[in-house]
Design a protein around this ligand. Structure first.
Ligand code: EPZ
Length: 439
């Protein structure tokens, strides 16, 4: 069984040190979730390498095992899956509601067995997150979709390719429709498809299993149905959001950090903003160095689908702008409720006003450590960045959210010189010991 225990751990950080050195980022969570679900579509063994070792992956692998697939964890970063033994299309595993990526089992099981019943997905509480575009796509391929008793039930006699126009470039809907269409009869065209690197990675993975998908990474994806998919060995791409989080942390702490295992092209929106703020950013083949020697300036940012500035880096960027000179405006263009962490940042002395989808960030000269609570994954990462900048000690509770998406976060920060530990919230002795150690 894969570990799923939840401990009441917290991060404790003594801020004020400039991050320096090199770290290597892990592999993309949001690609991995699509790829693991898609792996059940073959009746042969699929080996997925470069798996991030994070909680969301454990939850999805448990759900995949719960439908009868063989799931063999070779090590932390590699798994073998064989979907030939799947014996049910019902995914009722309670944990699955905690993650968003659970809905990829809908597209995968529907595409392979023409029937899938999956508990409605959860994920970070950052907005209403409807799935109407997924449903529209499944229906266009010939499925009947019902939501009852908390389950989404998709059933089809035959899946037949169709022309689907997405109302918005949804990552989840694009991936789900691709999976439902790969074994459908004839051609499917998805227009206004999402162009995120993880969409391309899932398409490449499906193609490595014998699918015929063209155009992933553009806004028109064409899929010609094939009778079946075969086994494959595939390596996931690096995590663009983790890389960005370290780049922002380097800039916020006035550090000098080289982030390795990066595809610099995926980072262009962030790189451009960091340069505009006054940081030095140097790109290598698979690494990016960020150097900030002075207090950075202000900017305006709107989050948009890729290649625009990612919503998943909005909270971390807000934490940086909170200590930059001048007033910045951040407009959240994807989710209606992704500024909830601003109240937590305020405990550390930030001056940010939220008006609708805009955060008006008045940069302050310094922050002071405080006890805060992570409201969701990326917001938790933003609080860590603020804690690294703040004078004194910061404790961050509810870090199980952060651990959903960041592998060995505290260790990687320590490797860059940060004073940061993970410990049991109740263990006052450990807290004292840390405080004595870092002074
Ligand atoms: C994915 O969520 C990511 N999650 C999110 O990652 C990320 O924030 C988001 O894409 C945007 O990049 C996974 O990949 C598991 P969407 P997803 O469908 O697929 C609206 C993280 O921190 N919409 O692209 O659920 C929706 O409400 C996270 O790692 C509909 O209205 O996002 C949103 O406003 C959190 N109807 C926008 O589209 C639909 O049917 C984009 O959502 C689908 C989406």
């Amino acid at each position: 069984m894969i570990r799923l225990e939840i401990k009441m751990d917290q991060y404790i950080i003594k801020g004020g040190k400039a991050l320096a050195g090199e770290i290597s980022v892990s592999w993309a969570k949001n690609a991995a979730l699509g790829i693991l679900a898609a792996a059940v579509m073959a009746d042969e063994t699929v080996t997925v390498e470069n798996l991030p070792d994070i909680r969301d992956i454990d939850i999805l692998l448990n759900a995949i095992a719960s439908v009868g697939a063989v799931v063999e964890r070779i090590d932390k970063h590699c798994v073998r899956i064989n979907g030939g033994t799947v014996n049910t299309i019902i995914v009722a595993n309670d944990n699955i509601r905690k993650i968003r990526g659970s809905y990829y089992l809908l597209g995968a099981l529907l595409g392979k067995y023409k029937s899938a019943h999956v508990l409605l997905p959860g994920g970070c509480d950052i907005g209403s997150r409807p799935i109407d575009q997924h449903i529209k796509g499944f229906e266009a391929l010939g499925a009947t979709v019902r939501i009852q008793h908390g389950m989404i039930e998709a059933e089809a006699v035959d899946l037949v390719g169709n022309h689907i126009y997405l109302d918005m470039a949804s990552v989840g809907a694009t991936i789900n429709i691709m999976m439902a269409a790969v074994m459908a009869e004839g051609q499917t065209i998805i227009e206004n498809s999402a162009k995120e690197p993880h969409v391309v990675d899932v398409a490449n993975f499906l193609n490595s299993m014998g699918a015929n998908i063209k155009g992933a990474g553009t806004d028109v994806i064409r899929i010609v149905g094939v009778p079946k998919l075969h086994g494959s060995t595939y390596s996931i791409i690096p995590d663009q959001i983790e890389a960005g989080t370290f780049m922002i942390a380097a800039a916020a702490t006035k550090g000098d950090v080289t982030v390795r295992n990066v595809i610099p092209r995926h980072m262009e929106a962030l790189t451009a903003k960091l340069v505009e703020l006054g940081a030095e950013v140097e790109e290598f083949d698979d690494a990016i160095r960020v150097v900030a020697t002075k207090r950075l300036g202000s900017t305006q940012i709107k989050t948009l689908p890729y290649p625009g500035f990612p919503t998943d880096m909005q909270p971390q960027m807000t934490a940086l702008l909170a200590v930059c000179a001048g007033t910045s405006i951040i407009t959240e263009g994807i989710y209606e409720n992704r500024f909830k962490y601003v109240d937590e940042l305020a405990r550390m002395g930030t001056n940010i006003k939220v008006e609708g989808n805009n955060a008006i960030v008045n940069g302050v000269a310094e922050l002071t450590g405080a006890s805060v609570v992570a409201p969701d994954l990326r917001a938790g990462a933003a609080l860590v960045i603020a804690g690294l900048v703040a004078e004194g000690f910061t404790t961050i509770e509810q870090i199980r959210y952060v651990e959903r998406g960041y592998e060995c976060f505290e260790k990687k920060m320590r490797d860059l010189g940060a004073d940061m530990e993970k410990m049991d919230s109740e263990d006052m002795k450990a807290v004292q010991k840390f405080k004595l150690k870092v002074g």
